[in-house]
Design a protein around this ligand. Structure first.
Ligand code: GLC
Ligand code: CA
Length: 565
């Protein structure tokens, strides 16, 4: 059996801008993270993933890197980072950082050089094409759309050419075909690993290779987002094998690739099976679309398609069971808040705990996204000007273009999926600005902070926070550890519309995990099992009558059982 330190870890994702502001400028920073390491240690996590804090003009909150070797002034200094690594390691907490290798900022010196002339030595660091002339007009080389709206190409007057950018105009794509780019990126990874970090979350990793520059016909819009043109193409795997051989493997770094947008299982296996020699694991997003999120205008009308959810998790668990490892996360900084997406407004505590158990008892390395442990929710947007995130603004105008007479609807549609939702300041207390800062934060605090905050959670032994703490403790330190970490995952009752149940089995032990996704009572027959003991329960008790358990709304319970023959 393959065993690695990260398989026995529990991770926590930090969005530095919104975690904690240590110097009263309204922006979260590295020192803020440093001051909360004991908080994280108490929660029980031993691995943190920190989103980019590199020097950046912040067009995309730091994913547009201007200097990979320096820290954005608003986040602190390199010395702060060194202190943070040291203090985290002293507490047994490992750190992974975002490795942004698909693009840089347009203010990166490479791009400034690259755009300056066609014969500049850095020209080939990026992807340049001549305009296509249609009816005497200059058009982008292809009709491909970008993830953040508009064309995947931006025109640059200086050399009368277009550069490729699958995110924003200020994020030109690097040309990975150029070996010099590969070598520079390797240098960057080594520098950070030499500084003592333990690995990377690799941003937008599936996009490093592009199809031939030929128009797509998957839609009729003049500009059409066809992610096949720049996702999971063959050369990505060559680049990753090289990175693995030269950097990840020699440093024994943990690497988790972000393989967004409908990456298939086969692709996932290519990237991250034990013998792929590319990445340790991949984050996928299949479980993020199992509700009516994109149609719903009132979050209280959110419905969960449980069978979709079970299928999404189940197929990855099944495919990786003997050949690889998976991260387990509900959401990240690009997704709406878990409680709004899959929780229930009438039963926030019960449904929140149930969602936590359902995920944390699976096979893989769980990642908690900051604020998830206290049940933070989406932000009540009232106007398009409330959006900070570029893609949310673009979304609003997209919806408005479809129904120009209904700006309210366009706002609601853009709001419910907005990436600003997970990025509102962390709610530490009921003090002004939720204890995140003593000055007005860069993004307003969610008005529900007096009800939902860390202090309140810590003062209540029955809170969501303590449920997360218990789940982490079960996985890291309990008698069931071996089964929770390395045991097999076996889906049961796949067709059940209200319950998500599965078994975890090791040589000597079987755990039965029962999760009700229903706001009503549900019964479940346990004739097949002999109950030995309760491992975790989100209610104080449970009721069994004649081998049938009567589950309360969103009840979630894990039993150690013996299967009756
Ligand atoms: C990833 C990040 C996202 C960012 C994008 C471009 O999807 O998670 O936040 O905008 O890459 O770097
Ligand atoms: Ca600050």
């Amino acid at each position: 059996m393959v065993k690695k330190w990260w398989m026995e870890s529990v991770g926590y994702q930090i969005y530095p801008k919104s975690f904690l502001d240590s110097n009263a400028d309204g922006i979260g920073d590295i020192k803020g993270i440093d001051s909360k390491l004991d908080y994280l240690k108490d929660l029980g996590v031993n691995l943190i993933w920190i989103c980019p804090f590199y020097d950046s003009p912040m067009d995309d909150n730091g994913y547009d890197v201007r200097n990979f070797f320096d820290v954005a002034k608003e986040f602190g200094s390199m010395d702060d980072v060194k202190d943070l690594i040291k203090h985290a390691h002293e507490r047994g907490i490992k750190i992974i950082l975002d490795y942004v290798l698909n693009h840089t900022s347009d203010e990166h010196p490479w791009f400034i050089e690259s755009r300056s002339s066609k014969d500049n030595p850095y020209r080939d660091f990026y992807i340049w094409q001549d305009p296509k002339i249609v009816d005497g007009e200059k058009r982008p080389p292809t009709n491909w759309g970008s993830f953040f709206g508009g064309s995947a190409w931006a025109y640059d007057e200086a050399t009368d050419s277009f550069y490729m950018k699958i995110f924003s105009d200020k994020m030109p794509d690097l040309n990975w075909k150029n070996e010099k780019v590969q070598d520079e990126m390797i240098k960057i990874a080594k520098t950070w690993l030499d500084l003592g970090i333990d690995g990377f979350r690799i941003d937008a990793v599936s996009h490093l290779d592009r199809a031939e520059f030929v128009d797509t016909d998957v839609c009729t819009d003049p500009i059409c987002l066809d992610w096949h043109k720049f996702s999971n193409l063959p050369k990505v795997h060559d680049y990753l094998k090289k990175l693995n051989k030269e950097v990840f493997e020699p440093y024994q770094a943990l690497t988790i690739g972000e393989v967004g947008g409908e990456a298939s299982i086969e692709q996932g296996i290519k990237y991250a099976s034990y013998d792929s020699n590319e990445l340790s694991m991949v984050f996928n997003f299949d479980h993020n679309w199992c509700n009516n999120l994109s149609d719903v205008l009132n979050p209280k009308k959110m419905t969960v398609r449980l069978k979709c959810l079970k299928k999404a998790f189940g197929k990855w668990q099944e495919a990786f069971k003997e050949i690889g490892w998976l991260p387990l996360n509900w959401l990240n900084h690009d997704q709406p808040r878990l409680m709004t997406q899959y929780g229930h407004y009438k039963y926030p505590l019960e449904s929140g705990k149930m969602l936590a158990t359902a995920l944390h008892m699976m096979r893989g390395t769980p990642f908690i996204y900051q604020g998830e442990e206290i049940g933070m929710t989406n932000y009540p947007f009232e106007d398009v000007s409330d959006f900070n995130d570029i893609s949310s603004q673009a979304n609003y105008f997209y919806h408005l273009s479809k129904e120009p007479d209904d700006p309210v609807k366009a706002l609601k549609k853009a709001a419910v999926t907005s990436r600003d939702n997970p990025r509102t300041p962390m709610q530490w207390s009921s003090d002004e600005f939720a204890g995140f800062s003593t000055k007005p934060p860069w993004f307003p605090v969610n008005p529900n902070y007096k009800k939902i905050n860390v202090t309140k959670n810590l003062n209540d032994k029955n809170s969501l926070w303590y449920h997360y703490q218990k789940l982490i403790d079960l996985r890291r330190h309990s008698l069931y550890k071996e089964t929770i970490v390395y045991g097999s995952y076996e889906m049961i009752d796949p067709e059940h519309e209200l319950l998500y149940n599965y078994l975890r089995k090791s040589k000597n032990e079987t755990l039965l995990v029962i999760n009700s996704f229903s706001p009503k009572k549900v019964t479940y027959n346990l004739t097949k099992y002999q109950i030995i003991e309760v491992v975790i329960n989100n209610y104080k008790d449970y009721h069994i009558k004649e081998h049938t358990i009567m589950l309360k709304p969103f009840q979630s319970i894990v039993f150690k059982v013996e299967e009756k023959l």
